[in-house]
Design a protein around this ligand. Structure first.
Ligand SMILES: [Zn+2]
Ligand SMILES: [Zn+2]
Length: 410
């Protein structure tokens, strides 16, 4: 009896029950990794990655790594969105509660400059493919195993090619996955709507080889848009960008998103040594509150930053470029009409601009790179009174293949 007490005391005293304590990672700051998009005068700019995975579905890391990576990248808002149905690690890491990875991540993020929200990936074959629901209250209610359909589920499994199963020792979890996939996706989306979730269509262009030669938009998607069950669409996922997804977003008024959908390590997928960064969604929000951020997502106030491109609605991109590219006349060169104009870029985007009035700039070609977080000086010859330059931003897209036109005032 006494021995047991001592053992219990020992176990509790080393705090083994707090994952946050056990998995502390040093908080070394790699400034090259920090994604820098300052607030504009009107909006908070929330840097968000709303699609990530951990070992609680098919990812390769514990949720704390997702949190630490996000902090290092300067992410403000993170969703860990496990596949509800596809659970290849479930025998090693049994977790009847599908909110578990969120609970762990939220706990670890408590004292950090990062907000973690609950999310899930509703996973079905195409169509409709995969759909994320974020700001959910309870992931468990988005999955349902209807035991009456077990023989139907077994039939589905017979069609899975054997070679795709060789990675797994125990296949019992697949039966549950097949059973879960038989619950209509619409029922899951209605539950998500009951929880006031924001939902978006994941990687529409690259989730299945079925897309080859076929339009990706099907009747079921249109029905979900109409019924307010699907609110956004990923135009960028991982290392891919889809113009067709952007076109669908514009046609159906969907919010555009860019996400990492990371399964392994962010730094391996996006090494800072080569200046890479994960795709993010920049949310233009009235305040830092969750309600305000959510409302901006519903009203389409987002810009995707993918590789070195800004993708989104014209008004939203203009809000950013007006704030991030500040031009001012610093001097008029002696005995001339040439003005030295300094353009300060306070963001992480390397803006590639084409000057539309070709005769204006005298010290550069009409194609100019405005380096991130630096000042670039142009010499402009158009008369002392000229106070603006019309430009096309070649890496800002307001529609497929359509660049932002704007005016730099100085
Ligand atoms: Zn997916
Ligand atoms: Zn995913």
């Amino acid at each position: 009896m006494k021995k047991t007490n001592i053992l219990l005391l020992f176990l509790f005293s080393i705090d083994i029950f707090s994952v946050g304590e056990v998995f502390v990672i040093n908080d070394y700051k790699d400034m090259d990794r920090i994604i820098n998009f300052p607030n504009t005068e009107k909006y908070k700019v929330i840097v968000a990655d709303l699609h990530t995975h951990s070992v609680f579905s098919d990812g390769a890391v514990w949720p704390n790594v997702r949190v630490e990576e996000a902090v290092r990248d300067g992410i403000d808002l993170l969703a860990i969105t496990e596949h509800l149905e596809y659970q290849p690690h479930i025998d090693d890491i049994p977790h009847p509660d599908r909110n578990r990875s969120f609970d762990i991540a939220e706990d670890i993020a408590k004292n950090k400059d990062l907000t973690v929200i609950n999310g899930a990936e509703i996973t079905r074959m195409f169509p409709p493919g995969h759909i994320n629901a974020i700001f959910i209250e309870d992931a468990n209610k988005l999955i349902y195993l209807d035991e009456a359909k077990i023989s139907e589920a077994k039939e589905i499994l017979k069609e899975v090619p054997e070679e795709s199963l060789t990675n797994y020792e125990d296949l019992s979890w697949l039966e549950d996955a097949a059973l879960a996939s038989l619950w209509p996706v619409k029922s899951a989306l209605i539950e998500a709507r009951n929880q006031n979730a924001f939902t978006f269509w994941n990687h529409p262009a690259w989730s299945s080889e079925e897309f080859i030669g076929q339009p990706m938009l099907r009747e079921i998607h249109k029905e979900f848009f109409r019924d307010n069950l699907l609110h956004g669409i990923e135009v960028a996922n991982g290392d891919g960008y889809s113009e067709e997804a952007f076109r669908i977003a514009l046609e159906y008024g969907l919010t555009v998103l860019g996400t990492s959908d990371v399964h392994g390590l962010i730094d391996w997928d996006y090494p800072s040594s080569i200046g890479a960064h994960r795709p993010v969604t920049l949310i233009l929000s009235e305040s830092n509150s969750i309600d305000a951020i959510k409302s901006s997502l519903f009203s389409g106030k987002t810009v995707v930053w993918f590789k070195n491109n800004l993708i989104g609605l014209e008004d939203n991109i203009l809000e950013l470029t007006n704030s991030y590219l500040k031009a001012k006349k610093v001097e008029i060169l002696e005995n001339s009409d040439i003005a030295r104009v300094e353009i300060e870029n306070v963001s992480d985007v390397r803006f590639i601009i084409q000057v539309l009035d070709q005769s204006s700039v005298v010290n550069e070609s009409n194609l100019i790179e405005i380096a991130p977080n630096e000042k670039t000086v142009l010499q402009i010859d158009s008369g002392i009174d000229k106070g603006s330059l019309d430009v096309k931003i070649l890496n800002a897209f307001i529609a497929p293949n359509k660049n932002l036109l704007t005016t730099l005032k100085f």
